[in-house]
Design a protein around this ligand. Structure first.
Ligand SMILES: Nc1ncnc2c1ncn2[C@@H]1O[C@H](COP(=O)(O)OP(=O)(O)OP(=O)(O)O)[C@@H](O)[C@H]1O
Ligand SMILES: O=C(O)C1=C[C@@H](O)[C@@H](O)[C@H](O)C1
Ligand SMILES: [Mg+2]
Length: 172
């Protein structure tokens, strides 16, 4: 078993929104490794960060991604930082990986009202978001087979484009 598509990208890129919509359009199941980690731990990601620390979260995430990649045959969204793990990047080789990109201003706008993202919860979310993008852009691009700029596109447009792209790829 193997996911039809794996979705990666920074917080607020739309991994959950687009991933769910893409799965519905393709008639397959959606799975999100953030939800898997929370279900296994029995607590929210914010609580894992606060009570156990980021390293514990990252270890749980790496395990959750490895499991989901072999168990899931629908659309799989990864947590925003999952690709930081070298072992995860290695496991993504050969998969269809969609990188949803978002710029700093729009990313901060989309995530701004949420308290559920511990990495952006500090005093200066704009600076933190920029730092995160600077660090991760090359990594997202390394694992991606498709990149989509989401800043100026509605979710429906992005989903339609991905359905067409995946159908084209299936014919190759
Ligand atoms: N293309 C888009 N245009 C406008 N708003 C969007 C778009 N994609 C997602 N959003 C909105 O941005 C917010 C964040 O989206 P979503 O939760 O899907 O991001 P995510 O990548 O899953 O984030 P996280 O890494 O925190 O899980 C939501 O309110 C969603 O409705
Ligand atoms: O970008 C990140 O590092 C994160 C993104 C979220 O999806 C969660 O996995 C968590 O909040 C960390
Ligand atoms: Mg999400």
């Amino acid at each position: 078993m193997s996911p039809v598509a794996v979705v990666v990208g920074p917080p607020g890129a739309g991994k959950t929104t687009i991933g769910e919509g893409l799965a519905a359009a393709l008639g397959v199941a959606f799975r999100d490794t953030d939800a898997d980690v929370e279900a296994t731990a029995g607590k929210s990601i914010a609580d894992i960060f606060t009570q156990d620390g980021e390293a514990v979260f990252r270890a749980a995430e790496t395990a959750a991604v490895a499991t989901a990649l072999v168990e899931h045959d629908g659309v799989l969204a990864l947590g925003g930082g999952a690709v930081l793990a070298e072992s995860t990047r290695a496991l993504l080789a050969g998969h269809t990986v969609v990188f949803l990109n978002v710029g700093m201003a729009e990313g901060v706008r989309r995530t701004g009202l949420s308290t559920a993202r511990p990495l952006l919860a500090g005093v200066n979310p704009r600076a933190r978001f920029k730092e995160l993008l600077d660090q991760r852009l090359p990594i997202y691009r390394e694992v991606a087979t498709i990149e989509v700029a989401t800043d100026h596109a509605e979710p429906e447009q992005i989903i339609d484009g991905l359905v067409a792209n995946l159908a084209g790829a299936a014919q190759d």
